[in-house]
Design a binder for this molecule. Structure first.
Ligand code: DGJ
Length: 738
C-alpha cells in the first residue's frame, strides 16, 4: 500500500512487514529519505530528516547551503552542487558543465506496475502491487527525473527505477544514472556480497563496512563471474535467523556498481546502478533514458527472511513463461560427454541409453555448426554441419523424439569467430576500436549488437534453425566479456552508449525468441554462471549455474546463488568423474543429491559410465519426480554452511502448507569421533508432528518428532563413514497426536 500524507508531505510505502518513507521539505521541495525499516503504524517520522538541526537546515540557509547538501538524506542524490558524497546522477550539458539537484514536482499513485520499456522488470497485477511515480526536476539543467517505486502484497521486496527526460532545448549527456540510493544512519554494518571466478561463482563474502566508499562492480559487459549485482548491509549480529538486513539486487545483466559510502557524519549511502565507466548517453531534447530496476529489501529477521522475500518476488513477479511453475524435463547434455567430437550416431547412442533410464531430453551442445570442431572457429556460422549430423538436424531431432525424448540445442549468438564466414563477410560487425587490433578471448570477438542489422541477422539465424525442427529447449551461451568497446556505426559522442545498447539488444533478441517460440524452454548461460542475474531470469526460468558441477565445489556456488535466487532457477547437473574442472572423485549418489537442489540433469556419456552409476539413474529420476515440486516451490532455509564450518553443508525446503519438507545433508570430509551434528530445522509448524525418513539410508529408522522439537532441540544426524557422502531426509506431517 502507498499513501500520501498531504499535510506532512510524506509518502508512506508499506510492504507486509516494512515501511519506506519519503518526505518533501521546504519551499524548494527537497526530497528526503526519512525511514526504511520495520512497518510503522503512522507516517509522521519527518523529525528523522532533522531539518531543524544545523547543518541539516534546508534551502534558505544560504550561508551553509553546501553543508546542508552534504548531509541531507537525499532520496535520489545528484552531484556537483555541494553534496560531496557520491551521487546517483551525472550530467554534462551541451556547454560541458556538470552538476544537478532535484526537487519535487508532482506525483501519482497507481495500481499495478508500469513496464520498463526495453528492459526486464518485475511485474504484478493491479491487485498485487501499487506504484508511486515521483516526478522531480532540475530546472536549470532542463531535466526531469521520474522515480518509480513498487510495493507488492506478497513479499517485502520492493522495486525502484529511474527515468530521465531532457525537457530543455539542447541536448545533454548522462554520464551516470544509478537506479537506487538509500541514505541512512550508520549502524556498525557488515557488508555481504558475492564473489568468484570462472567455475567458482557467487561465493558469499562478509566483511566490516568501514569509512569511505566500498563497492562491488563489473565493467565486463556482463554481470560477471567475479562480482555480483547484489549488496547487503547487515547488523554485526545478523544471522540466518535474526537481525537487520538492507539488500539491493539489480535487474540488469551488464556493467554495474553497487556501493556503500560511510561518511564523516556516520551516515551511510547505499546505491546501485549501471557502472559509469564506459557509459555516456546522449539525450536530445524530448528524449528519455530508462534506467534498469533495483530490487530492495529490508528485514529484521535475518538472511533466510531476505532469501525467501527475493525468492517469492522472482518466482511470482519476474520469471515468466510456460515453465515458471512447472517441472523441467530432465536433460542430458553432451558437452562433458563428447566436447566437439560427436556425430548423429554418437548422440543417438547417448539418447537411446538415456531414454531407457528415464531421462527426458537430449541437449546438443557446442560444435554442431559450421566447421566448429574446436573452440577457435565458426561462431556466427549457424548452419548445421552435415558431415557431423548426417541426414541433417531434423532427422536427428525426429529420431530423438521417436525415443520419447525432447531435443534441445546450444547457441552462442552474441559472438563471432575471426575464422568464420560471417567475419570474412562482415569484419566490421565485431566490436573494435578503429585503428586498434581488438583483443580475442577464447579466440572470439563480440558482435556489435548496437547495430540493428547485426541483431536482425543473428536473430534470424537462430530462429531459422529453431523453425527447422521440433526443438524445445535452447541453451544461450556467452563465453567472453566485452572489450574494445567501439562501433563504426555510432558517432563519437555516442560511443559511450555501446555497452548498454548491447544489453538492450540481448534483451530484445531474447524477447523476440520467447514470443516467437512460446513453448521453448530457454536456459541462459555465460561460460558457466557469468550472467546469472534477475535480468536474464525475466527471459529464461533457469540459468546454468557454473561450469564446475563437482558436487563439493557446487556446495558454495549453490549456497551463494540460492541466497537470492529460487532453486528452480539453478542449472545443476550430475557430471562426469573425475570432475573435469577440479579432478575430484565423488560418489554418483552425492552428485545426484546435490543436483536435485537445482533444475537437475546429466552431463556425461551415459553409455560409458560405470554400470553401478548407470543403475542409479532411474532411482535419481524417481527422486526428482517425487521431490521437484517441493524443491521448486518450497521455502528455502540454510541450516549449515560448509564454507563456514568446513565440515558439512545442509539446506532445507518446506512446502507452503508446512506439511512436507526435504533436508539435504552433505558430509564433506569424515572426521573421527566427531559427533556434534545436531541440525536445528526451520520453517516447520510447531504443533505438527512429522515422520522423519532418511530417504537414502535405510539403516536409520524412521521416527516421528514434533515440529517444535525439530526446530528447537534439532535433528541428530547419526555419524557415518566416508568423504563426500550425502543424505536426503524427508519429513511428512503425520496424524499421530502429541
Ligand atoms: C560454456 C558453457 O558453460 C558450457 O556448458 C558449454 O556449453 C561450453 N560453453 C561450450 O562452448
Amino acid at each position: 500500500m502507498i499513501t500520501y500524507h498531504e499535510q506532512e508531505r510524506i509518502f508512506k510505502l508499506d510492504t507486509p512487514n516494512t515501511s519506506y518513507l519519503i518526505g518533501i521539505v521546504d519551499e524548494e521541495n527537497f526530497i528526503g529519505h526519512i525511514y526504511y525499516g520495520k512497518r510503522l503504524k503512522d507516517a509522521d517520522a519527518s523529525y528523522l530528516l532533522r531539518t531543524e538541526e544545523p547543518p541539516f537546515v534546508p534551502g534558505k540557509n544560504n550561508r551553509e547551503r553546501c553543508s546542508f547538501y552534504d548531509c541531507f538524506p537525499f532520496e535520489y542524490p545528484a552531484g556537483g552542487i555541494g553534496d560531496c558524497r557520491e551521487g546517483c546522477l551525472g550530467i554534462r550539458t551541451a556547454g560541458g558543465h556538470t552538476g544537478a539537484m532535484l526537487s519535487y514536482v508532482s506525483h501519482e499513485i497507481l495500481e499495478g506496475k508500469p513496464e520498463l520499456t526495453g528492459l526486464p522488470a518485475t511485474f504484478g497485477t493491479k491487485k498485487e502491487c501499487t506504484t508511486l511515480k515521483l516526478l522531480c526536476e532540475d530546472k536549470y539543467a532542463g531535466m526531469q527525473v521520474e522515480l518509480l517505486y513498487t510495493v507488492f502484497q506478497d513479499t517485502d521486496a520492493m522495486t525502484r527505477s529511474v527515468k530521465v527526460t531532457n525537457v530543455g532545448r539542447e541536448h545533454f549527456y548522462l554520464t551516470k544514472v544509478f537506479s537506487a540510493s538509500l541514505d541512512m544512519d550508520n549502524r556498525d554494518f557488515d557488508m555481504i556480497s558475492l564473489h568468484g571466478s570462472w567455475a567458482r561463482e557467487r561465493h558469499i563474502q562478509r566483511k566490516t563496512l568501514g569509512y569511505g566508499i566500498q563497492n562491488v562492480s563489473s565493467v565486463r559487459g556482463e554481470s560477471s563471474h567475479q562480482d555480483h549485482p547484489f549488496l547487503a548491509l547487515v547488523g554485526k549480529n545478523t544471522t540466518q535467523d535474526s537481525g537487520e538486513v538492507y539488500a539491493m539486487n539489480f535487474v540488469y545483466s551488464g556493467n554495474f556498481r553497487a556501493q556503500a559510502e560511510v561518511t564523516q557524519f556516520d551516515y551511510v549511502r547505499m546505491s546501485m546502478g549501471i557502472h559509469p565507466e564506459n557509459f555516456c548517453w546522449k539525450l536530445e531534447a524530448g528524449e528519455s533514458f530508462q534506467a534498469p530496476e533495483v530490487v530492495m529489501l529490508y528485514t529484521d529477521k535475518g538472511l533466510d527472511a531476505m532469501t525467501n522475500a527475493f525468492h517469492t518476488l522472482y518466482r511470482k513477479h519476474l520469471i515468466r513463461g510456460e515453465y515458471r511453475n512447472k517441472k523441467r524435463p530432465i536433460l542430458i547434455n553432451n558437452w562433458e560427454a563428447t566436447y566437439f567430437d560427436f556425430d548423429t550416431e554418437k548422440l543417438l547412442s547417448i539418447a537411446k541409453e538415456a531414454s531407457k533410464l528415464g531421462i527426458e531430453m537430449l541437449v546438443m551442445d557446442d560444435g554442431w555448426f559450421g566447421k566448429r570442431n574446436n573452440d577457435d572457429c565458426a561462431l556466427g556460422d549457424w548452419q548445421v554441419n552435415e558431415e557431423k549430423l548426417k541426414g541433417g538436424l531434423k532427422y536427428l531431432v525426429d529420431e530423438v523424439n521417436r525415443l520419447g525424448m525432447k531435443f534441445g540445442i546450444w547457441f552462442e549468438p552474441e559472438m563471432i569467430s575471426p575464422d568464420s564466414n560471417l567475419y570474412r563477410e562482415h569484419p566490421d560487425w565485431a566490436l573494435a576500436i578503429p585503428g586498434r587490433p581488438a583483443a580475442q578471448a577464447r579466440q572470439q570477438f563480440v558482435l556489435d549488437l548496437s547495430r540493428k542489422e547485426v541483431v536482425d541477422h543473428v536473430y534470424e539465424m537462430v530462429a531459422s534453425v529453431l523453425r527447422s525442427a521440433n526443438i524445445e529447449y535452447v541453451k544461450w551461451d556467452m563465453n567472453r566479456p566485452l572489450a574494445d568497446i567501439g562501433s563504426i556505426a555510432l558517432p563519437a559522442d555516442r560511443q559511450g552508449e555501446i555497452c548498454h545498447r548491447y544489453m538492450l539488444a540481448v534483451y530484445e533478441m531474447q524477447s523476440r525468441l520467447v514470443k516467437e517460440f512460446p513453448h521453448l524452454l530457454l536456459e541462459n548461460c555465460s561460460g558457466g554462471g557469468a550472467r546469472f542475474d534477475p535480468g536474464m531470469l525475466y527471459y529464461s526460468p533457469q540459468i546454468w549455474c557454473s561450469d564446475d558441477a563437482d558436487a563439493i565445489e557446487r556446495l558454495e556456488i549453490q549456497e551463494g546463488t540460492a541466497l537470492l535466487y529460487p532453486l528452480s532457477t539453478m542449472g545443476a547437473h550430475v557430471s562426469d568423474c573425475p570432475n573435469h574442472v577440479v579432478g575430484r572423485v565423488t560418489p554418483f549418489e552425492t552428485r545426484g543429491i546435490v543436483a536435485l537442489a537445482g533444475t537437475f540433469g546429466y552431463e556425461l556419456d551415459v553409455t560409458r559410465i560405470p554400470e553401478e552409476d548407470r543403475n542409479m539413474i532411474p532411482e535419481q529420476v524417481a527422486l526428482y519426480h517425487q521431490y521437484n515440486d517441493l524443491i521448486r516451490e518450497g521455502d528455502y532455509y540454510r541450516i549449515a554452511s560448509y564454507s563456514q564450518n568446513h565440515k558439512f553443508d545442509c539446506w532445507q525446503v518446506v512446502s507452503e502448507n508446512k506439511e512436507e519438507s526435504l533436508v539435504t545433508f552433505v558430509q564433506v570430509l569424515c572426521r573421527a569421533n566427531f559427533k556434534s551434528r545436531r541440525l536445528l530445522l526451520k520453517g516447520l509448524a510447531e504443533d505438527k508432528r512429522y515422520e522423519v525418513r532418511f530417504v537414502n539410508d535405510k539403516e536409520i529408522q524412521t521416527k516421528v518428532y514434533s515440529g517444535d522439537t525439530l526446530m528447537k532441540a534439532g535433528l541428530l544426524i547419526p555419524s557415518f563413514q566416508g568423504d563426500f557422502q550425502a543424505r536426503l531426509i524427508h519429513l511428512v506431517k503425520c496424524e499421530e497426536k502429541f
